[in-house]
Design a protein around this ligand. Structure first.
Ligand code: FAD
Length: 386
């Protein structure tokens, strides 16, 4: 297992793990009750260099590989899936989009403050009419003098209720091809016509605020256009593979959290005069979690290295997301089962893992969409379709 990580990555893993256990774990019940992590915690994560892992040092990042970002995510999700989700939107969606496509001015203004933990970002793709068909937004933008007018709505946007900045995709021209005619805009809280709703009351990921975004003829200056006009859907499709690989880090962390809880309880709980770890039906559940972690983690780090080398991993990223997100649901259900009646109590961490476990089968592309994608890419690879 150790050979998956370099020495630097292992050191980072140890320090993030320590930080999460000491500084974050005690805060989670309150974060869930509030529906937000404390801003001071986000700042502390920035000060530790955890937010900037894998980003360019020029704008306050800590440098290093994409695997470093995955390590932060895995260790965060192991302790709290909600905080991990909020950081995913803040860093992997918002900061990464600015890092990849932003101008020097945009990076100075938005990337630096996000990596420092001074501001919070997110990304709006999903609309009230649906999220799976991401290349067909009803949100539109058109030129008005030197500015753009942005009109529409987004929903289920992580960090919308408390974020400072969001990147929003809109259709800016009708093109014969679905992939053309999309553009990203950076919107800021305080812009006239930009509003967000309250945080949704969710079954899981309660420490991560999710909500609606309303865009009522928002005037956005040209300097807030992200990347090239008309190339937005291309950027979206290009970044999805990496994001799905990174979701693998979140899911591995969650399965590991389930195993932590399940194994500790199986070891401690005595029934029929024996620790329940001695019962084979309990061992079967532990074994499935261990298999899920090993297979997902090995594939995760293999794909992270491939992404760093610039390889295309569409099919493999979808396989990792599909397999590992289904494993989270299975592992959380099994961990809760091992805890028996105590698994139903909100005071036990395993209940939180159970509530958090469903998210990754939906967010970032559903299980069904992953299967459609894997089948399509497989037919392509076999040469049956182009
Ligand atoms: C907690 C949370 C945080 C989120 N954060 C963000 C965010 O930060 N930014 C953002 O833009 N979005 C975010 N989302 C939205 C998420 O990405 C969408 O919910 C997801 O893409 C699915 O879209 P939908 O809910 O509209 O479902 P729909 O697209 O309406 O799909 C409904 C059902 O139909 C199935 N389906 C659709 N098409 C097909 C098909 N071709 N074949 C078979 N089945 C199909 C789907 O798999 C699903 O089961 C978040 C969601 C949640 C729950």
């Amino acid at each position: 297992m150790q050979d998956l990580l370099t020495d630097d990555e292992r050191m980072l893993q140890e320090s993030v793990r320590r930080f999460m256990l000491q500084e974050v774990e005690p805060l989670v019940p309150q974060m869930e009750a509030d529906g937000y992590p404390p801003r001071a915690l986000i700042k502390k994560l920035g000060d530790q260099g955890f937010l900037g892992a894998g980003f360019e040092e020029e704008y306050g990042g800590s440098g290093g590989s994409l695997a470093m970002r995955a390590i932060v995510s895995e260790e965060t999700a192991r302790v709290d899936g909600g905080l991990d989700l909020t950081l995913f939107a803040d860093i992997m969606l918002f900061a990464r989009a600015i890092s990849r496509h932003g101008t020097t001015e945009q990076k100075e203004k938005y990337l630096r403050s996000t990596l420092a933990g001074d501001t919070i970002g997110g990304m709006g793709i999903t609309e009230p009419s649906g999220g799976s068909n991401a290349l067909n937004p009803a949100t539109k933008a058109w030129r008005d003098g030197d500015d753009w007018i942005l009109n529409g709505a987004k929903t289920y946007v992580t960090n919308a209720p408390w974020g400072d900045f969001l990147v929003i995709i809109a259709r800016t021209s009708e093109e014969p091809s679905r992939i053309d005619g999309g553009t990203w805009f950076i919107v800021e809280r305080g812009m006239e016509g930009f509003a967000t709703g309250p945080a949704f009351e969710k079954m899981g990921m309660r420490s991560s605020p999710t909500g609606d975004v309303f865009l009522d003829h928002v005037r956005v200056p040209q300097r807030n256009v992200l990347g090239e006009v008309g190339r937005g859907f291309h950027y979206l499709v290009d970044s999805l593979d990496t994001e799905r690989v990174l979701v693998g880090a979140s899911t591995v962390g969650l399965i590991q959290g389930c195993l932590d809880e399940a194994a500790a309880y199986a070891n401690e709980r005595q029934v029929f005069g024996s620790p329940i770890r001695n019962f084979q039906l309990i061992q079967e559940k532990i074994a499935k979690m261990a298999v899920g972690i090993e297979l997902s983690r090995t594939m995760l780090y293999r794909l992270l290295r491939a992404v760093d080398r610039g390889e295309k991993v569409t099919r493999e990223a979808a396989i990792l997301k599909l397999y590992s997100s289904e494993m989270v649901s299975q592992a959380a259900s099994d961990a809760s089962q091992i805890w028996g009646g105590a698994g139903q109590l909100e005071t036990n961490r395993v209940a939180r893992l159970f509530r958090n476990s469903k998210h990754h089968e939906v967010g970032g592309g559903t299980t069904e969409i992953m299967k459609v994608l894997i089948a399509r890419e497989t037919f392509k690879e076999l040469g049956y379709v182009r």
